[in-house]
Ligand binder design. Structure first.
Ligand SMILES: C[S@@+](CC[C@H](N)C(=O)[O-])C[C@H]1O[C@@H](n2cnc3c(N)ncnc32)[C@H](O)[C@@H]1O
Length: 300
C-alpha cells in the first residue's frame, strides 16, 4: 500500500464522539484518504461507510486504502453540502454517525500541481474539484483590488490587505504573477518577511484565504448542518472538525440553533461545550493538527 503521508487528526476523539463501535452506517462527508474511515472499519466489523469527496484523486486513493473493506464502503464524488439533494445515496434509517473533517489533506497540499502550497512551485490552481472552472489564478487576474483585499482580510485575517491587493494588481499587469512562487515572493515583499522562529509565514494566510474563496468553502456549511440534523435518526452523532475560526464559528452557531430548536423542541444535544483540541503530543507528531477544533452533537 502507498504511504500518502497524511495523518488523520483527532482520531480517538472522533471515534469516541461518533460512538463508532455501534453497528450501522457512518457517513464520512470528506473522506480524503480514508484515515478516519479506515479506523472505523478496522475496529468495528458492523460498520459501513458512505464516503464523499469532491476530489477525484483523493477518492481513488481512499478506494485503494480501504480496498480490504470494500464490501462495506461506498464512495461518491459529491459535494457534501449537496448530499441531501441525493436522497437515494444514504439509507437514513441506518445512519449512526456523520463526520465532516473540513479543508484539504496533506495529499492535496503536497502535490505541487494542485497549487495549494506556497512551499512548492506550481500553478495557481487550488481547486478541490478539478471539474470546476474558477482557479486561484482566475481570481487573482480578474478580481478588482477592493474585492481581493476583502478576501484576504476575511478569510486570511491579514493586515495590510490593500497594499497586498495593489501589489497583485501591479504584478498581474506586468505578467509577473503566474506561479505559487511568484505569489509567495510578492507576499514576502509586501509584508517585509524575515524568517523568525514560531512566526507563521504570511503566505500561509494568503494561500488559505485564496483556497477558501476558490472553493467557496464556507458557503452553505451551516444550512447543511441544520438540514442534515433534521434528516438523521435519533441517536445519530454529528462530528465536525474545522481548521479556521470562521468555520468553527459557523459550526458552533448551527449547533446552538439546533440545540435551542424550533418551538422549544431541541433537534440536537451539544456534546462539546468547548471545542476539543489536539493534545500537545498529537501536535508534536502532526503539525497540521495544531489549529483543529472538534465539535460534536447528538440528534435527540
Ligand atoms: C481534511 S481532508 C479529510 C481527511 C480524512 N478525514 C482522512 O482521514 O483522510 C478534507 C477532504 O475534504 C474534501 N472536501 C473539501 N470540501 C469538500 C466538499 N464540499 N464536499 C466533499 N468533499 C470536500 C477534500 O477534497 C479533502 O479530501
Amino acid at each position: 500500500m502507498k504511504d500518502y503521508g497524511h495523518r488523520p487528526v483527532l482520531v480517538e476523539e472522533t471515534l469516541a464522539y461518533l460512538q463508532a463501535s455501534r453497528a450501522g452506517v457512518y457517513i464520512d462527508c470528506t473522506i480524503g484518504l480514508g484515515g478516519h474511515a479506515l479506523e472505523i472499519l478496522r475496529r468495528n466489523p458492523g460498520a459501513r461507510i458512505i464516503g464523499l469527496d469532491l476530489d477525484e484523486l483523493s477518492l481513488q486513493a481512499a478506494a485503494e486504502r480501504l480496498a480490504r473493506y470494500k464490501d462495506r464502503v461506498k464512495l461518491f464524488q459529491v459535494d457534501f453540502r449537496e448530499m441531501l439533494d441525493f436522497q437515494d445515496l444514504v439509507p437514513w434509517g441506518e445512519v449512526r454517525g456523520v463526520l465532516v473533517d473540513l479543508g484539504i489533506s496533506s495529499f492535496q497540499l503536497d502535490n505541487p500541481e494542485r497549487g495549494f502550497s506556497f512551499n512548492l512551485e506550481g500553478p495557481l490552481d487550488m481547486r478541490i474539484d478539478t471539474r470546476q472552472k474558477t482557479t486561484a489564478e482566475k481570481i487573482l487576474m480578474t478580481y478588482p483590488e477592493g474585492r481581493l483585499a476583502e478576501v484576504f482580510k476575511k478569510y486570511g485575517e491579514l493586515h495590510h490587505t490593500r497594499q497586498l491587493a495593489r501589489k497583485i494588481a501591479t504584478q498581474r499587469k506586468l505578467g509577473l504573477l503566474k506561479t505559487t512562487t511568484d505569489l509567495k515572493k510578492l507576499v514576502e515583499e509586501v509584508y517585509r518577511w524575515v524568517p523568525q522562529k514560531n512566526r507563521l509565514h504570511p503566505a500561509a494566510r494568503v494561500f488559505q484565504a485564496l483556497r477558501i474563496e476558490v472553493n467557496q468553502e464556507l458557503k452553505g456549511l451551516d444550512t447543511f448542518l441544520e438540514r442534515l440534523a433534521g434528516q438523521c435518526p435519533s441517536g445519530t452523532r454529528l462530528v465536525v472538525i474545522s481548521f479556521h475560526s470562521l468555520e468553527d464559528r459557523l459550526v458552533k452557531k448551527a449547533f446552538q440553533r439546533l440545540a435551542s430548536g424550533q418551538e422549544g423542541q431541541p433537534v440536537v444535544r451539544i456534546l462539546t461545550r468547548k471545542p476539543v483540541r489536539p493534545t500537545p503530543e498529537e501536535i508534536e507528531v502532526n503539525s497540521r493538527s495544531h489549529s483543529a477544533k472538534l465539535r460534536a452533537a447528538e440528534r435527540v
